[in-house]
Design a protein around this ligand. Structure first.
Ligand SMILES: [Zn+2]
Length: 262
């Protein structure tokens, strides 16, 4: 088994708002991974006394625990329980009904000898590779279907389309959002390797158009997680002036990547 995990802040002067983990329960029967991308509020008013890293650390920690220890729960159930647990931690001090209450995109995957389960909410992505090399992209394309497609990410999209019908959905304080997640189960025999990543990495495909998902998967497998993020950073630096590809996006975004060969 090969596992690589990397996470890098977009700006070294600001805290990284992503969360990434891999859990391998002692039973040896499988494991799980969690990748979150905390949504940066544009203004300081989000009704919360805490920070986005505070939120992603709690939500991610709860997901890591529940996805590995509670195999009786579906990934949807685990996400709902983690959202409630995190909300309970600041319900008494913060306004959790604020549209910009701390929130995050989510990728979860869990595997055992028989199957691979997945859950994707908002614009982080899970790629799986079959034994024959076929790469499958498991994604929630709700954000791409909004007006101004291609120009926005979960981070900069307007509050008017955030966690509202016809808009896009992130994990915030409302556990019913789990019904909006893209979920499924693959036979373990269909999956040789997995790669989960935040949009700080997927911009290699989605903004810079260096290749398709299969090309990105090959890059990760051959060069590794850290080198893949370095490639993205080089593309960002080259485009920082002209902004041909980046347009209104941040030059550098927090970038996290978990790669698992089963
Ligand atoms: Zn708070």
């Amino acid at each position: 088994m090969r596992i690589e995990l990397t996470t890098e802040p977009g700006d070294p002067a600001r805290p990284n708002e992503d969360y990434a983990s891999v859990g391998l329960p002692a039973s040896g029967q499988g494991g799980s991974l969690v990748v979150l991308d905390g949504v940066t509020p544009p203004a300081t008013d989000d009704g919360c006394l805490h920070s986005v890293p505070w939120f992603t650390a709690r939500l991610g920690g709860a997901l890591a625990e529940l996805s590995a220890s509670r195999r009786d729960m579906t990934l949807r159930d685990a996400l709902a329980a983690a959202i409630v647990r995190t909300a309970d931690a600041h319900r008494s001090t913060c306004d959790l009904s604020h549209p910009r209450t701390p929130q995050a995109t989510v990728v979860l995957a869990r595997w055992d000898a028989a199957r691979v389960e997945y859950l994707v909410l908002s614009d982080s992505v899970l790629l799986t590779e079959a034994p024959d090399g076929t790469v499958r992209a498991l994604l929630d394309d709700r954000l791409d279907r909004l007006p101004r497609a291609g120009l926005v990410s979960a981070e900069v999209a307007d509050a008017t389309v955030r966690n509202k019908e016809g808009g896009f959905f992130t994990a915030a304080a409302d556990p019913t959002v789990v019904d909006r997640a893209v979920t499924g189960t693959l036979a373990r025999t269909e999956v040789r390797a997995l790669a989960a990543m935040t949009d700080g990495v997927t911009r290699w495909v989605e903004k810079f158009r260096e290749g398709d998902w299969a090309d990105l998967f090959t890059l990760v497998r051959k060069e590794g997680a850290e080198a893949t993020v370095a490639r993205v950073r080089a593309l960002e630096d080259a485009d920082a002036q002209d902004r041909t590809y980046l347009r209104r996006s941040k030059t550098h975004d927090d970038a996290s990547l978990v790669y698992v060969e089963l």
